[in-house]
Design a binder for this molecule. Structure first.
Ligand code: FAD
Length: 446
């Protein structure tokens, strides 16, 4: 028995969850994530906070590389590694209304947002999360959470009341506005840098049915449609959050005609008001297809489509204004997929320094995936990203969760200097040895 095997054997006597090693049943499944294949020496699946603390202490004492995983949708593959430990919190997936008066819900970090929506529906509640069912609560919440009700209720972190975090020392802390308030500030946008999140207490929002769906326009009408969409959204009630999708002909998406599309979620169940808000979006150009109707909130969340045998480079940027000049740049020659997300509203009500998510003054966020063959050269990548670069010039920052590669430029785009400085100081206090570095890594400050 080698040293690690022996030590894990001892560890497993106290650890109540599963310990999965290469060769064990299920290892192939737990060693990979949505965008990456890893080969960790061990994957542990804790059953409670004390298990998490044991695993963190083990990894620290043994000097193991440590990754933390909730839903496994990290675009950069941060939630697995080679040769280290993965703490996979998927078994911590409870969803419980803990304060019915204030609608506070305790959500396990390992729950998936589709399951959360499903569990809250009988209570007439919902949490503004992302747009995809299989994305995990942990990774999305710690970086912000931009979802289908962002204009009405802000980011997911804007409804966060408290969290349970296991720090690098193995301490189990409750963090809130009044407890470990610096850490509470940092985990609202700073990602997984500060510890393992076990659960989040989130003030959910009373939500009945919503109105959602899509309208597809001819690409020939893109300029008129995009300009009209911008003007509609400027006048729209906050219940309406939408996304303008630019879909040029793209290899791998042959079933999608070149088109532009407006995806809609109206967070309210009054049909007259909903249709009054949505109606202007049905007159932006020549309609190729349309499907909008009354739905459960859980039904507006979609499925994730794996990139298949392709390399994806995803970029994003916040735009203070969707100006005429930016619209011209986008529409001149649409050659790259763009998701232009309406943000603003409640998201912008929060002060830039109130949480570690500072980009609070934008009209839209634009996300752009570029698809390449595996093994493509640096020249191929530069060529694929050239159309995005023209658009990115208009931006002033980015959402760390919508990159799928990792470097200093991405970190700086995610956090303005004052935010980064404060995050580094808090990192030094809670994780001076940088145990939690498989993420968009905030290094401990000097
Ligand atoms: C198809 C798709 C759709 C998406 N749509 C949206 C969207 O609409 N809105 C949006 O805001 N984002 C969206 N995202 C981005 C998503 O928020 C990030 O990819 C997020 O990191 C995924 O969280 P996860 O828990 O599934 O990922 P994981 O891979 O498990 O984790 C991602 C990162 O968070 C860290 N982490 C995860 N759990 C914990 C924990 N419990 N404690 C400490 N650190 C942890 C990991 O170490 C890793 O660095 C989408 C991503 C995909 C792939």
């Amino acid at each position: 028995m080698n040293d690690l095997t022996h030590e894990l054997h001892e560890f497993a006597k106290q650890f109540e969850g599963a310990v999965i090693r290469p060769g064990d049943q299920g290892y192939d499944e737990v060693s990979k994530v949505f965008m990456a294949q890893g080969s960790p020496a061990v994957v542990v699946r804790p059953l409670h906070a004390a298990d998490v603390a044991l695993a963190v202490s083990f990894a620290r004492a043994r000097g193991l590389e440590l990754s933390v995983r909730s839903g496994g949708h990290s675009g950069a593959g941060h939630s697995t590694n080679d040769g280290g430990m993965v703490i996979d919190v998927r078994k911590l997936d409870g969803v419980e209304v803990i304060d019915p008066e204030a609608n506070v819900v305790r959500v396990g970090a390992g729950a998936l947002w589709g399951n959360v929506a499903e569990a809250l529906e009988p209570h007439g509640l919902a949490i503004s999360s992302g747009d995809t069912k299989t994305v995990g609560v942990g990774g999305l919440t710690l970086a912000g959470g931009v979802g289908w009700m962002v204009r009405k209720y802000g980011l997911t972190i804007d409804s966060l009341v408290a969290a349970e975090i296991v720090t690098a020392d193995g301490d189990i802390l409750r963090v809130s506005q009044d407890e470990e308030s610096d850490l509470f500030w940092a985990i609202r946008g700073g990602g997984g840098n500060f510890g393992v999140a076990v659960s989040f207490d989130i003030a959910a929002h009373p939500t009945g049915d919503v109105y959602g769906g899509m309208v597809m326009y001819s690409m020939d009408d893109i300029k008129q449609a995009l300009t009209g969409w911008r003007d509609c959204m400027r006048a729209a009630p906050r219940e309406l959050t939408t996304m303008f999708l630019v879909m040029p002909a793209t290899p791998g998406f042959e079933d999608m005609p070149a088109s532009c599309m407006v995806l809609v979620c109206y967070a309210g169940d009054d049909e007259t008001e909903a249709m009054h808000a949505i109606d202007p979006l049905l007159k932006l150009g020549r309609i190729l297809n349309k499907d909008i109707g009354r739905k459960k909130y859980k039904e507006v969340l979609g499925d994730a489509h794996a990139p298949g045998n392709r390399k994806v480079l995803t970029n994003n940027a916040f735009m203070r204004e969707l100006s005429d000049e930016l619209i011209d740049t986008i529409c001149e020659k649409p050659e790259v997929i763009l998701q232009i997300r309406s943000v603003g509203g409640a998201m912008n009500d929060v002060a830039a320094d109130a949480t570690a998510f500072a980009h609070r003054d934008s009209e839209v966020m634009i996300v752009s995936p570029a698809f390449l063959a595996h093994g493509s050269s640096a020249e191929d990548e530069a060529e694929a990203l050239a159309p995005w670069r023209k658009i990115a010039k208009f931006g002033h920052g980015a959402y760390i969760n919508f990159f799928n590669y990792d470097g200093p430029a991405e970190l700086e785009a995610g956090y303005p200097p004052a935010t980064l400085k404060r995050l580094r100081a808090i990192k030094k206090q809670y994780d001076p040895q940088n145990l939690f570095h498989h993420n968009y890594n905030i290094k401990p400050g000097e």
